[in-house]
Design a protein around this ligand. Structure first.
Ligand code: TRP
Ligand code: ZN
Length: 854
């Protein structure tokens, strides 16, 4: 039994309480003697008093550790153990701490610290997992060089940095770059490498390896290609080169998140590495490309410059997401990338920011930091950087970033440091802009427009929502990109940036011949909601004429949303006009097929529910589902001829390529197929399934069939074909539940949860099934509460094993205040049931507490 159990007390940590650690660490040496249930970890750590820190007792963090022995300067000591760590008297001078602890990786189901997955040892230390490996000042502002020895009979033994020695039953690694403990990693297993190499811009030769389980080595080529392109891109665009002799990536099946940027040894959820045409969709390939890039880019934004404390998480995550989005845009299409990023932002971040879990991009308090790896920190954090760049311009951004790397290399930094480099490099005052980091909630902009005597005026009013933690929100500094189009569709005023800093401001444009149509918030220049009286004609005009591709798409989205909201009120007058507008766009061969596919997409059920709620009404999930069905049916009927033409024209014979061009063609063809299936009884989809030679086409056909209540034969055939492929089987679970008819979704989920392949302790499998149901809005919100009960029961089952994943998935309930009293009662009952669980994890306790008490 470990003698330092995890603290049960859920203590709140505040940003304002930050104090530096009383010692610096000058070196860390770790030895691992690996054994599944009794791994020995021996540490030798050099500490020196930190003159900049207040006096404090010497305390190291530790959880689930059995302390075997401890020495200071070679003399045995007896530390005081307490929940969460130990305290011991130390000399008032530099000293060497040595300790031996025992840990039990085979019993570690939380997947934090050192754990096992299919016989392989691996680690996950961010945010606070290193303390489950040994006693340490496990906080990001303590940075040190590490050397590591791994003793094990397993054939492949990896850690951070460069390999220094290896032989029978051991390997030694040395990482010269000072790093915080959260970037430590160790992997040991029976692995094979897909290898390559690259020469950096200064001529350093780097060996690249992607380590996978035997049998998976033929699914690494795309990830390797993405890695090489990422490395070249970071040199060319940011001037940043790689800094070790090797870069290793390991794919693991059991992983709580997407991937982890450990120095020189990135660890990935295998889902974001392994891909072949037969097993991965176009979307999977694009995701792999962006996550490989994201983790690689962390080498500079995160690792060389890290965070002073976890409140500063957006310093590395917002910036690294911003960089991976830029990269994907450069590799593919900026217009399509921007639309996809905004879709994701609205689906996840706006939802979060408008519910009980809203928090600032830089939170100021938390109970469990794992609960703050959120869409707000990541995606809104990236939007804030995009706004900074818009405000200071390309050159200003480049100068600020160069100053950031020069000034802070090797530091554990803060948002204040980050904003200061922008102020120093550009001379701008960012005092008001900083509120984007400290206030929560999606700002609302209301527009009022006038035209008189050649002058167009626009009033822009901003409102930042009040919340429990935000009594008196202040106006933000918001860049509003705007362009003006003449009535015949010519751009008379090209894009310019209006800087909104007051609660309300008026902007004027003189010398216009006729009343213009304004294209506002081009390229989605700020993460806000815009209310505009414009109406269907204005949106149809912008859809046809806007030169800003994002706003062109946005106009179509606004149009479909208003048609759907009208349909919910029993008014179908706008449907025909919408179908006509779509006919224009989808047959416009000058437009990228990927763009056209996105234009054919409709707002999600969840997005519509939020819009209904914002309009002061109570969303009815089933009515929303039906309205979408009606509009899709009308689109299929009204667009049949162009859709059939597109289906034929977008056929792309020849070998599969995951590149943006052919992927866009498949996306448009798949969208056409989905609509056509609503009027042909599924005939085309069955033929499409039979003819598919790649996963994108198979899934397009299968989902088209499932959406019309068919496809059982194909589901059975799919299972028979892919029963041995765990990643493909995840799709099989997910699809059946996510696309089930609302009335039967919970029942189907329940039946599948008894399937022998439902290995619920694997996070990917759990997310496929439980997340499949929560993504099926009408099914999850079924009036009898069966969906709520099913999800709550599984969260309660998972929480004791894997609190991080369980707590993250509890966000399915975050929108509960939108719904009617009956549904609110049903959800409250489930949240209370979860809250009453004993024991409850700190992670889950915090989440349900915030959801119930906001
Ligand atoms: N730093 C990782 C990333 O964004 C995120 C991450 C991976 C993570 N695993 C985690 C965060 C576990 C918390 C816990 O790339
Ligand atoms: Zn990241």
């Amino acid at each position: 039994m470990p003698d330092t159990p995890k603290s049960a007390a859920a203590e709140t940590i505040y940003l304002r309480d930050y104090t530096a650690f009383g010692w610096t660490v000058t070196s860390v040496h770790l030895t691992f003697d690996l054994a599944p249930n009794a791994t020995r970890v021996t540490t030798k750590i050099a500490f020196a008093p930190n003159p900049d820190a207040p006096a404090q007792p010497f305390t190291l963090m530790g959880e689930d550790l059995t302390l075997i022995s401890a020495r200071i300067d070679g003399v045995t000591v007896t530390p005081t153990l307490h929940p969460g760590g130990l305290t011991v008297d130390v000399p008032d001078a530099p000293f060497i701490w040595e300790a031996e602890v025992e840990i039990d990786p085979a019993s570690n189901t939380a997947l934090e610290g050192l754990y096992m997955s299919n016989g392989m040892y691996c680690t996950q230390c961010e945010a606070e997992g290193f303390r489950k490996i040994t006693y340490y000042p496990d906080r990001p502002d303590v940075m040190a060089p590490y050397s590591v020895r791994v003793n094990s009979d397993l054939p492949v033994l990896l850690s951070n940095g460069n390999p220094v020695a290896q032989g029978d039953g051991f390997a030694e690694w040395d990482d010269p770059w000072p790093k915080p403990s959260y970037l430590f990693a160790l992997v040991a297993g029976d692995l094979v490498a897909h290898s390559d190499r690259i020469t950096t811009m200064s001529g350093r030769e780097v060996a690249l390896n992607i380590w996978v389980r035997p049998g998976d080595e033929d699914k690494c080529a795309y990830a390797m290609d993405a890695l090489k392109r990422s490395m070249i891109w970071d040199e060319q665009v940011y001037g940043r080169e790689y800094d070790l002799d090797v870069f290793n990536i390991v794919a693991v099946d059991d992983f709580n998140m997407g991937a982890m940027e450990n120095k020189g040894l990135n660890i990935f959820n295998s889902k974001f590495v392994l891909a072949s045409a037969e097993t991965a969709t176009d979307a999977d390939f694009a995701r792999i490309e962006s996550i490989i890039a994201h983790e690689y880019f962390h080498n500079w934004t995160g690792n060389r410059i890290t965070c002073r404390d976890w409140f500063q998480l957006c310093l590395k995550e917002g910036l690294t997401v911003y960089r991976d989005q830029q990269f994907s845009g450069d590799m593919r299409s900026h217009a399509v990338q921007r639309i996809e990023d905004v879709l994701m932002l609205r689906a996840r971040q706006f939802r979060e920011d408008n519910g009980p879990l809203a928090h600032p991009v830089r939170p100021d308090h938390y109970v469990e930091i794992n609960n703050f790896y959120t869409a707000t920190v990541y995606e809104k954090g990236a939007e804030v950087i995009g706004m900074l760049r818009t405000l200071v311009g390309e050159d200003g951004y480049r100068d600020a970033l160069n100053l950031y790397f020069d000034r802070h290399d090797g530091d554990a930094s803060t948002i204040e440091d980050w904003l200061k480099v922008f102020e120093d490099a550009t001379g701008r005052d960012l005092g008001q802009f900083k509120r984007w980091y400290t206030q929560s909630g999606t700002p609302r902009l209301t527009l009022n427009e006038r035209f008189n005597d050649g002058t167009y005026e626009i009033d822009i009013k901003q409102e930042v929502p009040e919340t429990k933690n935000q009594a008196d929100p202040q106006p933000l500094h918001i860049p509003v990109a705007i362009g003006l189009l003449s009535p015949n569709g010519d751009e008379v005023v090209p894009t310019q940036i209006l800087e909104l800093t007051e609660t309300q401001q008026t902007f004027r444009f003189d010398g216009l011949g006729a009343a213009p149509v304004a294209s506002v918030l081009r390229n989605f220049s700020a993460p806000v909601i815009v209310n505009r009286a414009g109406g269907a004609d204005q949106n149809a005009f912008l859809l046809a004429h806007d030169t800003d591709p994002f706003n062109k798409w946005e106009a179509g989205r606004a149009l479909s949303k208003s048609v759907l909201l009208d349909l919910l009120n029993g008014d179908d007058a706008g449907v025909a006009g919408y179908v006509d507008a779509m006919a224009q766009v989808i047959t416009d061969d000058a437009l990228d097929p990927a763009f056209r596919a996105l234009t054919l997409g409709l707002p999600s059920e969840d997005d519509l529910a939020q819009s209904v709620f914002d309009g002061g009404c109570t969303p009815d999930p089933m009515a929303i589902y039906d309205a979408l069905g009606i509009l899709r049916g009308a689109m299929a009927a009204g667009l049949e001829t162009p859709l059939r033409a597109i289906y034929a024209e977008m056929h792309t014979p020849g070998a599969y390529s995951p590149d943006a061009g052919p992927a866009g063609r498949r996306a448009l063809r798949g969208a056409a197929l989905g609509l056509l299936s609503r009027i042909d009884g599924g005939a085309l989809a069955r033929a499409h399934y039979d003819g598919a030679d790649n996963m994108t086409d198979s899934l397009a056909a299968l989902s088209a069939l499932l959406r019309i209540g068919q496809g059982q034969d194909q589901i059975d055939a799919f299972y028979a074909k892919w029963a041995d492929d765990r990643l493909v089987l995840d799709k099989w679970f997910m699809m059946q539940v996510a696309l089930a008819p609302p009335e039967t979704a919970a029942k189907i989920a329940e039946n599948l949860s008894r399937h022998p392949a439902f290995d619920w302790k694997n996070p990917n499998r759990f997310r496929s099934l439980i997340g499949g149901l929560t993504s099926n809005a009408a099914g999850f919100h079924a009036a009898d509460g069966a969906g709520y009960r099913f999800v709550a029961e599984w969260l309660m089952r998972l929480d004791p094993k894997n609190p991080q994943t369980a707590a993250r998935m509890s966000t399915a309930f975050e929108t509960w205040r939108r719904y009617d009293a009956d549904r609110q009662d049903l959800i409250r009952e489930q949240l209370n049931r979860i809250a009453a669980m004993t024991p409850i994890s700190r992670d889950m306790g915090e989440m349900v507490g915030r959801m119930l008490n906001a």
